[in-house]
Structures are given as C-alpha cells and as structure tokens.
Write a protein that binds this ligand. Structure first.
Ligand SMILES: *Cc1c(COP(=O)(O)O)cnc(C)c1O
Length: 393
C-alpha cells in the first residue's frame, strides 16, 4: 500500500450534514494547540459559554460543548436524566426518535412511543393522549428538526403540554440550532442538545448542550450513579459549573473548540434573527427552482424545515446514480433517503454556510442537467429563472 498525505477535493456539501465549513473556521483550527488548562484556554471557554448561551437563547450556566458528536449530546441528556424504571415518552417521526428509544432502553428506562408518519410533524394531540394515559411518565423527548424527513415540530407547544403533565423535556436541536428559531428559556426547554456540523457550519465532532435548573436538581438528586463516567454531568459540573475550579476531567479537543468558538462568533456577528431569515429565504429560492422543474416536497408546507429539503425521486429514476453523478461531475453532495424513505427521496441541505445563492444555483442547474441527461420526466429551462425570481423578492 502506497500511503501519502490525504488531500480531499473541495466539495459543496448540501446533504444532511456535515455542511460547508466556513473558511474562517478551518483557519481557526490550524492555530497552535495550547494546554486545555492554560489560563488562555480557560478564557476561551468562558467566551464559549457566553456564545452558546446566545445561540440557545438561555442564561443557564450549564450550557457547554460535549467533546463528541451530536449523538453524544443525545446520550448526555438521556444517561443523566433517565434512571432505571423511569417512564419516558418518546415522540418519533423519523430516524432520530428511534435512537432516543434506544437510549431510554439502555438507561433501564421504559419508553412509551408516540408515533407519527415520517415526513409529518409530531402531533401535539397524540402527545397529550399519551401524557393522559401515562400519568407516571417523567420525561418527554422529541426532535425539533427531523433531518431524516425535513419536518419540524412545534417545540413551544410540545414543551408546554409536557409541563402541564409534570414531565421534563429533552429536545434534539442538532439540525435546528442556528437555522430555525430556538428559545430555550422563553420556551422553558429543560434539556437540549445540538451538533456543530449542521447549521453552525463547523467541523463535526462537538455537541453543544444546555440544562436548566430543574434538570440539574434531578441530576444531583439521582438515586443511582450515571452509568457513563465520561458523560456524567455531576463530574463535568466540577469543571463547568459556576465558580468551579478547572479540575482535570478529560483533555478537551482544543483545536476543535477553537473551531466552535469561531463558528459561534460568526453566528453572533450575523445575528440569530438574520441567520434564521437567510435560511428561510434561501429555502424559498431552492423550492422555487425545484418545483419549477416538477419535483415535489414530501413535507406539508407549514411543517417544512428551511435547512433540510426532502423531495421525491421521480418515478423510474435511479436515486444513487443521480447522487453519484452530482458528486463526480459537480463535486456536489446531496443526501439519500433513510429508513422507509431510502431510494424514495433526496435530502437537500441548506445549512449554515451552505445556505447561499451560489449553492442553490449549482444545485438547481446540476440536478437539472443530470436528470435531463438521464431522461427523467422534468421540466427543463425554467428552474434557474424561477430560483432567481424568488431570490430577488
Ligand atoms: C445529525 C443528527 C444527529 C446526530 O449527530 P451526530 O453528530 O451525527 O452524532 C442527531 N439528531 C439529529 C436530528 C441529527 O440531524
């Protein structure tokens, strides 16, 4: 085997994540590594907390980056909040709700599933029925932005309902943070986790999380030890909690945290509201182009995520062939369908830095070229102008 330096091509990343990384972030990552207990690094982490609090719209002191990808943020919420025998209502409308169920089971909890069709938002009525039927439930968990389908659920409403029935809430905001509104304090979300590689447009591998006072109390009052040493927040609070001395817990991924600091700074410079609006405007432009071509969205208009656009693969078209041509001829990555949607949909991401006009133009024109070359039944010659018209609105 002749092994040399790995030199990846420059791709345009318009799948379900990772998304295009801001050049400023890659540059930040290449700065000199310093010790994770170096006073300068501790200062950086103080800023990180403030930046994460801004992104999540919370004042909670337990707002921090977990040193592992979004899945570890999910696990942090479940292993700390679920004790053996606890009943947890999990709303599932795609892939990630299924992983929440796995997490509950592995913590010794009892999952109660509230299922909605893939491509639909979580139905608040079904949640309320489950809350009524399970008065001993302690936690409700659901995904705000289901990346597997492109559907978004009404967090504010679902949290309100859960609190009416005395349940704490765990919210998956991996794909929503930085792309669609999240207001942790205003909506009274109890525990939330996200990821770096979706709408923050940072490199993958870190998971921002935030826990409010009620959840911190529950964690302190646990009867059993958290079964994960690494993710046990009782230990991490020693490093991160207010007034805590910076004791060694694990070696922080120093350069990855430079990257996240830069990503959050970019978000703050743009402003949350502006970022949310940019995602929405660009979604409408992509949509105009795709619909002009004759492609159709699988999610109802009011429940669509601007940052994840799931469209049906036209009849008779080989889904994998299209994606491989886009990748090989245009260096453009779009996502395949997952689970029950495998082979049936494409998932086009407009996340973070990937949500910009030139990407939409590339996606629309490359998709049209590939589909028409393959003899797919689409309208040609109209999509790009429909997109431009929507952009100039
Ligand atoms: C991507 C994603 C995850 C998992 O994040 P990883 O960083 O891949 O571990 C969890 N939930 C949702 C909704 C996601 O989109």
């Amino acid at each position: 085997m002749d092994i040399t330096t790995f030199n990846p091509p420059v791709r345009t990343l318009m799948g379900p994540g990772p998304s295009d990384v801001y050049p400023r972030i890659l540059e930040a990552m290449s700065r000199p590594t310093i010790g994770h207990l170096d006073p300068l690094f501790v200062g950086l982490m103080e800023e990180m907390k403030a930046l994460l609090q801004y992104a999540f719209q919370t004042e909670s002191a337990l707002t921090m980056p977990v040193s592992a990808p979004g899945s570890a943020g999910m696990e942090t919420c479940f292993v700390n909040l679920v004790e053996p025998g606890d009943k947890v209502i999990v709303c599932q409308n795609g892939v990630f709700g299924g992983r929440m169920k796995e997490n509950v089971e592995r913590c010794g909890g009892i999952p109660v599933m509230v299922e909605d069709e893939w491509g639909k938002a979580v139905d608040p009525q079904k949640l309320e029925d489950a809350l009524k039927a399970n008065s001993d439930a302690k936690i409700v968990a659901f995904v705000q932005a289901e990346t597997s389908t492109g559907a978004q659920s009404d967090v504010k409403r679902l949290v309100e309902l859960s609190h009416q029935y005395d349940c704490l809430t765990i919210v998956d905001a991996v794909t929503s943070l930085g792309g669609t509104p999240i207001k942790v304090d205003e909506w009274q979300i109890d525990a939330i986790y996200s990821g770096t590689q979706k709408c923050l447009s940072c490199t993958p591998g870190i998971s921002p999380v935030s826990f409010n006072e009620r959840t911190q109390e529950k964690i302190r009052d646990r009867k059993t030890k958290v079964q994960s040493w690494f993710l046990d927040l009782n230990l991490v609070m020693g490093y991160w909690g207010s007034g805590a001395k910076r004791a060694y817990h694990h070696t922080a991924p120093v350069n990855a945290l430079y990257a996240l600091h830069e990503a959050l700074l970019i978000l703050k410079e743009e402003g949350l509201e502006n970022a949310w609006k940019r995602h929405q405007d660009n979604h409408l432009a992509l949509r105009a182009g795709l619909e002009a071509m004759g492609l159709t969205f699988i999610v109802a208009e009011n429940d669509r995520l601007p940052q994840l656009n799931a469209v049906s693969v036209p009849d008779g078209v080989d889904d994998a062939e299209v994606r491989s041509r886009l990748l090989n001829q245009y260096n453009l990555e779009i996502g395949a369908g997952l689970g029950v949607l495998a082979g049936k949909v494409w998932r086009i991401g407009l996340m973070g830095h990937a949500s910009r006009a030139e990407n939409i133009l590339l996606c629309i024109s490359a998709l049209e070229a590939v589909l028409s070359d393959m003899g797919a039944p689409i309208n040609t010659g109209v999509a790009v102008s429909a997109m431009h018209k929507a952009l100039s609105r």
